[in-house]
Design a protein around this ligand. Structure first.
Ligand code: ATP
Length: 365
């Protein structure tokens, strides 16, 4: 096992800076997920750790060793690729044996490890088949098996589930979780799918433009985003942002003027936001933290008109127009009975409010 450390890592391809000074500590035995939109540099970061790309600058450590000058095969890692990268003419057994044979592993160890991995992944009956005779999910298991038999210090996984259908993806996600519980091998996992990131990671690193925007436990990052990018990237539907001017109401309490509507800022944010009076401030509220206030008009509710009702099973997503002409999404109880064009009052959960600087995007709280 090993921890992995990236220090000020940079990778330039001609005029593109794919990785722009990343520092990240990946603890031993952790499942760390690099997540971010397409092109943000996730795969390049993983390939740098793997030794498939050479860093332009910075340092990569695996365990206590600086590995920048080591070739891929010299690093104690095993990589699982999005397209599985199985050898089509080899059987499953031969595919799983191959990496070990390349490292001159003794025959009895090879046999033991292949048998153990096949049992763990429940692919024992498939060992004599060739990849073309396997389903996508089975091929993915073989690709995992090939990594597991190597018993490396670190697993590197690049969107390994993205070629599977939605149902299989959910099933394999659970299996990966179980596998990590059993093997505890340090894992660095790349995905653009924030649900996958949230469910698999014990540490999540949200990337954008070649840089890490925030690192932490998934639930912590979700509830305490450092900036609007992270806040908007994690969560589906994504966080609503409402911009207004910060002022005071007649009692001197902080209030955000949203145009034809106002939002009362809870007292606990007063100290942090005091310095922004007269300035533009963005209020962030997640759809699941908005409820319909069905007791008639009360204090601090936001009148809105229902535009779209989208039942999604465990929740119903509403798209609503606020009186300020801004559109907002709310995820409400599936039993809620509302229809298009209904006038409703929205209540924002006071414990789930976020405030941001619209210029820098940084969180103000
Ligand atoms: P995706 O989710 O689409 O795979 P990603 O976050 O993994 O994206 P990278 O593949 O790391 O992103 O790419 C980061 C940036 O570097 C992109 O702008 C990409 O076009 C560029 N890039 C990646 N590899 C190369 C290369 N070999 N040559 C030139 N540019 C590259």
């Amino acid at each position: 096992m090993a921890h992995v450390e990236l220090n000020e890592l940079v990778k330039e391809f001609d005029d593109v800076t794919a990785v722009d000074g990343i520092s990240l500590d990946i603890p031993d035995e952790s499942f760390t997920v690099l997540v971010g939109p397409s092109g943000c540099g996730k795969t390049t970061t993983l390939r740098l750790i793997a030794g498939l790309e050479r860093a332009t600058d910075g340092e990569i450590r695996i365990g206590d060793e600086v590995v920048n000058d080591q070739r891929a095969y010299e690093r104690d890692i095993a990589m699982v690729f999005q397209n599985y990268a199985l050898y089509p003419h080899k059987t499953v057994r031969e595919n799983m044996r191959f990496g070990l044979e390349q490292h001159d592993t003794a025959e009895d160890i090879i046999q033991d490890r292949v048998a153990e991995a096949a049992e763990l992944l429940q692919i024992e009956e498939l060992l004599e088949r060739r990849p073309a005779e396997l389903s996508g999910g089975q091929q993915q298991r073989v690709a995992l098996g090939r990594a597991i038999v190597r018993d490396p210090a670190v697993f590197l996984m690049d969107e390994p589930l993205s070629n599977l259908d939605a149902k299989l993806r959910v099933q394999m996600r659970a299996e990966l979780n179980k596998l990590h519980d059993e093997l505890s091998t340090t894992t660095v996992y790349v995905t653009h799918d924030q649900v996958e990131a949230m469910t698999l990671a014990d540490q999540i690193a949200v990337m954008d433009n070649g840089q890490i925007q925030q690192v932490g436990a998934p639930t912590h990052v979700y509830s305490n985003p450092q900036n609007m990018f992270v806040a908007g990237f994690l969560g589906s539907p994504s966080m609503n942002f409402l911009e207004g001017t910060l002022g005071r109401d007649s009692d001197g309490k902080l209030q955000l003027d949203l145009g034809t509507d106002t939002h009362d800022v809870p007292a606990e944010f007063a100290d942090e936001l005091e310095g922004y009076i007269g300035e533009r401030v963005v209020l962030g509220i997640r759809p699941e933290n908005i409820s319909l206030n069905q007791d008639g008009i009360a204090a601090n509710v936001h009148p809105a008109t229902v535009q779209v009702v989208e039942p999604q099973g465990e929740k119903t997503v509403l798209e609503l127009d606020l009186d300020t002409d801004q559109t907002i999404k709310a995820a409400v109880d599936p039993d809620t009975t509302v229809e298009m064009d209904d006038s409703v009052n929205l209540r924002f959960d006071r414990d789930s409010l976020q405030y941001f600087d619209p210029q820098t995007g940084e969180s103000l709280t």
